[in-house]
Design a protein around this ligand. Sequence first.
Ligand code: C5P
Length: 227
Amino acid sequence: ALRGVVALDGPSGTGKTTVARTLATRLNSGYLDTGSMYRIITLAVLRAGVDPADAVAVAALVDRVRIGVGTTPDRPSALLEGEDVGREIRLADVTAAVSAVSSVPRVREVLVAEQRRVIADVIADVGGIVVEGRDIGTVVAPDAELKVYLTASAEIRAARRSAQDSAAGREVTVAAARASVDRRDRLDSTRSTSPLRAAGDAVEVDTSDLSIDQVIVALSELASRRG
Ligand code: C5P
């Protein structure tokens, strides 16, 4: 079983979520999807009719909403004021607005504090947790036992994103997925507060030519050596 934190960062379409959940299941650990927390806040912003680009209004809202995330890898739940919003936070309007919302410093302050609290709880409970996001190794858990940064070529990431969308019943062309993935990466890696980047001590894994299974085998080995 895993002891401590595995930090899994990287842009979208690298297989991060599948890898993180499978790894957590195998290691009998908890799992935290920090992206879902930014998505829940974004959904609250959209529902309230707040402009995602209005940083002052977004910052005011984040202090008022109550969100919840599950930490079991088989069925991670996402709650907004107690309502299950797991499906809604994956829809295109949330995806399009999430980078603007996640760039607001107050949003990051509130969510990073909440993430650290959840991580401490799960560690106290089951001993280990796999945490996925963009700034886990750099900001949320800089003392993680293992830091992994997943990458993949833009073509591969767009293809995976569009396959994922169509599996979920949302038809998106590869070209549209490519545009959406590129845009989100650009916004996420150029924002001033904790931009997407690999921690200096992260192991970088290029998943372009690897199957999910190969990535999981490689990471399980790394985790068993470090954890
Ligand atoms: O991983 P996912 O695609 O669900 O993340 C959605 C968005 O949340 C990212 O594009 C990014 O803007 C934001 N995010 C973040 N920091 C994290 C995780 C996600 O800014 N640790």
